[in-house]
Design a protein around this ligand. Structure first.
Ligand code: SME
Length: 150
């Protein structure tokens, strides 16, 4: 059950001895290690006043896509739509930025601070069509927790 991870997330968020980036990194690592179909987990945040996302803490292989313009790829689309984007098959997407040839599916959930879409959590999976509503609920919970410390 993905719900069982919630207390661990809350514990990481509450650890004021660790920097904010360190805590976000801890969440990425926890998710990647706990959920077998999470192969890359990262946060992107709006870059100041620019209409682009910058990569924040992540767990998994390094990616070339450290800056993503709004509108581009799944992440860039979520920056504009303010809605969760679940992609069961990345090959079926025209507006998609490939990070690794192994990735089969992706989920991106926006992160709101005071009602404003300021970033997102992005998961890549090497398993086809692995995400359910439980993943969306967990990731929404995480982003709401993260917003409390930003
Ligand atoms: N696939 C994403 C780009 C980010 S990587 O998955 C880390 C996209 O299409 O926006």
């Amino acid at each position: 059950m993905l719900k069982a991870l919630r207390p661990k997330i809350t514990a990481i968020i509450s650890d004021t001895n660790t920097s904010i980036d360190g805590r976000l990194q801890g969440i990425c690592k926890l998710l990647k290690e706990s959920i077998h179909y999470y192969d890359w987990v990262g946060f992107y945040f709006k870059n100041g006043d620019k209409n682009e996302l910058r990569l924040g803490p992540y767990a998994g292989e390094p990616t070339d896509h450290t800056t993503i313009p709004f509108g581009k790829g799944i992440c860039g689309q979520v920056a504009l739509s303010n809605e969760n984007f679940v992609v069961p098959d990345v090959k079926a997407q025209d507006n998609y930025i490939a990070c690794s040839i192994n990735v089969k599916a992706e989920i991106v959930v926006p992160l709101f601070l005071n009602g404003e879409n300021i970033g997102q959590i992005d998961i890549d999976s090497n398993t086809p069509d692995p995400f359910t509503n439980e993943d969306e609920k967990l990731l929404e919970f995480i982003n709401a927790e993260v917003a409390k410390i930003l």
